[in-house]
Ligand binder design. Structure first.
Ligand code: COA
Length: 223
């Protein structure tokens, strides 16, 4: 399949999906989200692919949020539809039978942070920043970031970040458990590949079922 806003590249047994809107800090418009979903679904039906890495183009941003220019004038119905579609994208990643790692190469704000949190694991570069600044715009995280942030770092700190809109640096994200590893930018894809190679040595069915069981634990919280 050909895409406008993402790049896909098979490297060994892994598919690398790169959000390719560097001039907009990889902001997630509806089309980009739909393309990510399609690429994840396609990877799941490709027996050559064992794992997926999701990253952003350039060295500044993973994704700086939902595309503000696109949704700024949405009415309530349009906002609801955007949120619903976004949920479906996040679930397509979270419920992927093949492991998905977010290689967070810079800002992961708003929808970008939500996207990273929907992945099974997160590896951040040392310049990465995480946050849910939606309250600064008078809206809420629309793709279940409120739930997933609590799941990953606990209610107390998640509530602080969600209510203040403050962003945190990679080392704090690591100490909170929001990311699994922090590495230098040029080591990001290597680290993700190393993890996926370890997982690829296991039974694919065991991996798929384990992902499904992990999701089942949180089912009520994310729906
Ligand atoms: N949606 C749409 N466009 C965005 C965007 C977003 N979420 N985040 C950044 N961009 C665009 C900017 O509009 C700018 O485009 P332009 O050059 O055509 O004007 C470009 O990306 C570069 O952003 P800029 O703000 O100039 O970079 P910066 O280094 O000064 O600041 C940020 C970086 C991330 C601090 C800043 O871009 C920002 O606060 N973005 C919004 C974050 C946010 O609120 N996300 C949640 C949305 S719900």
């Amino acid at each position: 399949m050909s895409y406008q806003n993402i790049l896909t590249e098979q490297q060994g047994k892994n598919l690398i999906i790169t959000i390719n809107r560097e001039d907009k800090l990889n902001a997630l418009n509806v089309q980009t989200l739909q393309e990510i979903k399609a690429a994840v679904i396609e990877a799941n039906s490709n027996s050559e692919i064992k794992g997926i890495i999701l990253t952003g183009s350039g060295q500044k941003a993973f994704a700086a949020g939902a595309d503000i220019a696109e949704f700024v004038n949405f009415n309530q119905a349009e906002g609801s539809e955007m949120s619903q579609k976004g949920h479906e994208v996040m679930f397509s990643i979270e419920r992927s039978a093949k492991p998905v790692i977010a290689a967070v190469n810079g800002f992961a704000l708003g929808g970008g942070c939500e996207l990273a949190m929907a992945c099974h694991l997160r590896v951040a570069s040392s310049n990465a920043r995480f946050g849910q600044p939606e309250v600064n715009l008078g809206v809420i995280p629309g793709y279940a970031g409120t739930q997933r942030l609590i799941q990953l770092i606990g209610k107390g700190k998640a509530t602080e970040l969600l209510l203040t809109g403050d962003a945190i640096k990679a080392d704090e994200a690591l100490s909170l458990g929001l990311v699994n590893y922090v590495v230098e930018q040029n080591e990001l894809l290597n680290k993700c590949t190393e993890i996926l190679e370890k997982i690829a040595q296991k039974s694919p069915m065991a991996i798929a079922k384990t992902i499904s069981c992990i999701n089942a634990y949180f089912e009520d919280g994310t729906n």
